[in-house]
Each structure stands twice: as structure tokens, then as C-alpha cells.
Design a protein around this ligand. Structure first.
Ligand code: PHE
Length: 486
């Protein structure tokens, strides 16, 4: 193995990790998925639950992942193996690393297709290909865009190429350099778009849609969606954050960086809502546009507005940049693993990964045209990738990670790596032992169809169960007390 001999790359700048990890976190999940999910699940109530999920599950899992990465200084597979062997545990746990790496790769395989939509809509905006007079026209344009495999394939191939080009250049010269201008750039564009939305006349309505918490509209489905989305939007359990964490310099505070990333990610999601919904409301459209919200409703709204084309172009440039800074993070785990273990250069690793990715993503892309009939259990290949990663692999990977950190590994490892003040450490431990696992288990219970949880009714019960598990857990193990003491 060459890892041990070669000094591993580290982020160059003070903000290198935060920018790159925020770039990974902020993506289609924030700008495309979050607004339409909020629209479908009733607005403010969904936003509130989402915020709770980010805090209770997302933040603790992210801290754990970064700690694994920095402690193990390697790709997810190598890093997890090193950290568990340090505690004298079986290296079979590195299966978690394998799953994370595979998960990132699988997400990217369908992500490039959606990112391709964004690129192609940018082109349509520029070339005047989005003229239509109603939602039906826009839907027809969307369908036509998907129907031709060469067209759709062209755009997803372009995304794959751009991703591999950046990753092939390396951690500093490729990833860090590109996020250092793309992230500020996309935030500025988003701010301009919010300003534009503020003058559209729909701002007040959008504000109250996003921020008035009407708990009556809270459904169990919305809660689960929020929980699953917390994983996706923070790029958890898919190798991205762990690998980026492996380049984090020793002195950096994991707690502080995690909060910076989580806050930035959440702010961008809310800002995306504040940019999109005013335009939607000002044009009398429904917020419940579903996945087509950005690609059907929004272009139509832009058409009806002054300087709409200009701002439409700005919007899709922003979306494309957000997507690219995420896609590069999804393959970094695979590329770094290849470089560390197979003795090949980064460039070769990137292009090799790119070819496999291209093949798999082409299959995903075909779900929209030639392969429209290829379904298994009612799902297309594209849907399977999404379903397996978001419903199973991410929660399972996150669960494994927090259970390892909370119960299995030596407590010094995380005490040293996280370097938190004792009361914060206890809080983190409490979260990774009880709150996060319980939250994640709820996703499985639902995915297995064991029970349709009625959260609204059963919140007090859930809390009671949590308290009970905590008491039993702490009675069985004296570790928390030791942690407090030392
Ligand atoms: N967080 C990204 C988004 O919101 C998606 C992502 C998932 C990126 C997993 C990396 C790993 O779009």
C-alpha cells in the first residue's frame, strides 16, 4: 500500500474544507429538491421538521464522519479500517466504507442526469428554446428534452466530463480551486435572484409559505421525507464528507466546521425557496409543482416577467454550478481509493472512474426514453438508484457510523479527534448513541412497510421510548460517566 508512504493532500486555505464541504452539500438537493418537497409537504411545518432533523441527526453524523476521515486519513474504506483496527476491532467494519463509496458513485450516476437537465435548460434559456404559453407547453418541452437519448445523453456526458476534469486535477488544484470561485459565485447569483423575486410581488406570500408553521399540515410522510433529505442534502454516508475530512488539517475544529457547513447548507436551501416561490406565486402558480417545479413552472414564470430571460439564465448557471460542486465530491472517494491502493495517477483514476460512471449513468438516462419500459418492481433503473441510496444505503451507513462511534470504538479516539469541551462531548455522545440511531431506525421501519408511523399522535411515545432506551443504555455501560469524569 502506498498511502502510508505518500503525504496525503490537505486543504490549502483556511476555508478550503468548509468551502468544499459546503460545495458538496449545496446542490440539486437544496435548489431543486428542497423547494418542491416543501411545496408538496405543506410549507413551514415541513421546514421546521427538516431543521430539527439537520440538528438531531445530520450534525452528529457529519461530525462523526469527518472524525473518521481525519483520524484514518484515507478513502472511506481505508479510513474506517484504520480507525477500527486502532480500537482493536474487526476490519470487517470497513464494509461500511465500501458501502459509502458505492453509494456516492450510485448517487452520481443519476445525479449527472438531473444536472444535465440544468445544463440543457441553461442552453434553452440562452437559445430561446423555452417559448411556450402555458404549463402544457412547458411539460411538452420537458418531455421532448428527455425523449431523445442523444440529447439527454449529451448533457449528462458533459456533466461527467466536467466532473472528471476537475477531480483529475487534484484536491488543491482541482477541487479547492473550483469551489473557491463557484461557491461565492453561486451565492451572489442566488442573492440577486432573491432581490429579483422581492420585486415580483410574490415575496410576502413566499415568506409566509416557508416560515409560518402550521402543524396541522404535518404528515408522517413529510417527516420521513425531511429525515431522508437531511442525509442527502448534507452529503452524508456517501463517502464525500468522510473523504473531504481526510484532507482536513489537524488543528481545525470539527465541531465548528460542521456547524458552518450545516448552517450554510440550510441557508442556501431557504434562500433557494425565497428565490423560487415569489416568482411562482407572483405568476399565480401552485407551489406543488413536484419535480417539475424548476423545469416547468419556473421557466414559464420567467417568461412572463421583465428581464426574465436574463434572470432565467442566471438561475440555471447558478443551479449548474451548485450541481458540479456536489458531483465532484461524489467521486472523490473512489478516485482517492484508486490512487492510494492501485498505484495509478489521479488523472488515470479519474478518467477510469469516469468511463464506468458514463456507462452506468447512460443506463440511468435511458430510463427516460429507450428504457421507459425497463422496470423492475415498478421502478426504472434511475428510480432504483435513487431509492436504494436514499432509503437504504445512506441511513444504513449513517447508522453503522454512529453506532461504531457511540458504542464500539475507544472513546479516546473521538475525544481526541473532536476535541470538544466535556459537556459538548456528552451531548454529541448522547446524540450518536440514541437520538440519531432512533431517527434512522424510523426510516427503516417505514421503508420495510412494518408500520405507517403516525408521528402527530405518537410524538410523546417516541420521546418516552427514547428516554427509556437512554436509561437502559447508560445503566448497561458506564462509559458516559467515565467520559464526564475524564
Ligand atoms: N448534498 C448534495 C445535494 O444536496 C447531494 C450529495 C449527496 C452530494 C451525496 C454528495 C454526496 O445536492
Amino acid at each position: 500500500m502506498t498511502t502510508e508512504q505518500q503525504p496525503r493532500a490537505q486543504w490549502l486555505g483556511r476555508w478550503g474544507f468548509v468551502l468544499a464541504a459546503t460545495g458538496s452539500a449545496v446542490g440539486l438537493g437544496n435548489i431543486w429538491k428542497f423547494p418542491y418537497m416543501t411545496g408538496e409537504h405543506g410549507g413551514g411545518a415541513f421546514v421546521l421538521v427538516y431543521l430539527v432533523c439537520i440538528l438531531a441527526v445530520g450534525v452528529p453524523v457529519m461530525m462523526t464522519e469527518i472524525a473518521f476521515g481525519r483520524r484514518g486519513r484515507g478513502s472511506p474504506i481505508d479510513a474506517v479500517r484504520r480507525v477500527v483496527t486502532e480500537s482493536g476491532r474487526s476490519s470487517a467494519w470497513s464494509l461500511l466504507g465500501w458501502m459509502a463509496m458505492l453509494c456516492g458513485f450510485m448517487i452520481l450516476s443519476f445525479y449527472v442526469v438531473v444536472a444535465g437537465w440544468s445544463f440543457s435548460y441553461l442552453w434553452k434559456m440562452l437559445s430561446g428554446g423555452l417559448n411556450g404559453s402555458g404549463v402544457d407547453d412547458m411539460a411538452a418541452i420537458f418531455v421532448a428534452n428527455n425523449e431523445n437519448p442523444f440529447n439527454l445523453g449529451f448533457w449528462s456526458t458533459l456533466v461527467t466530463l466536467a466532473t472528471m476534469l476537475i477531480v483529475g486535477k487534484g484536491v488543491q488544484a482541482g477541487i479547492e480551486k473550483s469551489v473557491s470561485w463557484m461557491m461565492p459565485g453561486m451565492v451572489i447569483m442566488l442573492l440577486i435572484l432573491i432581490g429579483y423575486g422581492a420585486f415580483s410581488g410574490g415575496f410576502g406570500e413566499a415568506w409566509s409559505f416557508l416560515f409560518s408553521f402550521n402543524t396541522g399540515s404535518l404528515s408522517s410522510e413529510g417527516m420521513l421525507a425531511a429525515l431522508g433529505h437531511a442525509f442527502f442534502t448534507l452529503s452524508l454516508a456517501s463517502g464525500a464528507i468522510l473523504t473531504y475530512g481526510s484532507y482536513l488539517p489537524d488543528g481545525a475544529s470539527i465541531g465548528r466546521t460542521t456547524f458552518s457547513v450545516a448552517i450554510a447548507d440550510t441557508l442556501v436551501a431557504l434562500m433557494a425557496g425565497l428565490a423560487i416561490f415569489p416568482i411562482i406565486f407572483a405568476n399565480g402558480m401552485s407551489p406543488e409543482g413536484g419535480p417539475g417545479l424548476l423545469f416547468m413552472s419556473l421557466p414559464l414564470a420567467f417568461q412572463a416577467m421583465p428581464l426574465g430571460t436574463l434572470f432565467g439564465v442566471l438561475f440555471f448557471v447558478m443551479l449548474s454550478m451548485a450541481a458540479l460542486t456536489s458531483s465532484i465530491s461524489m467521486v472523490e472517494a473512489t478516485v482517492s481509493w484508486l490512487v492510494d491502493n492501485k498505484g495509478i495517477t489521479r488523472r488515470t483514476a479519474a478518467w477510469g472512474t469516469g468511463i464506468v460512471l458514463w456507462l452506468v449513468s447512460t443506463l440511468a438516462m435511458l430510463s427516460f426514453n429507450l428504457g421507459a419500459d425497463w422496470t423492475l418492481g415498478g421502478r426504472h433503473f434511475f428510480d432504483w438508484l435513487d431509492y436504494l441510496t436514499s432509503r437504504w444505503m445512506m441511513p444504513l451507513g449513517g447508522l453503522g457510523m454512529v453506532l461504531l462511534a457511540g458504542f464500539v470504538l475507544k472513546s479516546e479516539t473521538f475525544r481526541e479527534e473532536l476535541g470538544l469541551a466535556p459537556h459538548w462531548h456528552v451531548l454529541w455522545l448522547f446524540m450518536v448513541r440514541y437520538v440519531s440511531p432512533l431517527g434512522i431506525l424510523v426510516i427503516f421501519v417505514d421503508a420495510l412497510g412494518i408500520a405507517r408511523l403516525q408521528f402527530g399522535l405518537h410524538w410523546p411515545w417516541l420521546l418516552a421510548v427514547l428516554a427509556l432506551i437512554t436509561v437502559i443504555g447508560e445503566l448497561l455501560s458506564p462509559r458516559l460517566r467515565r467520559t464526564l469524569a475524564g
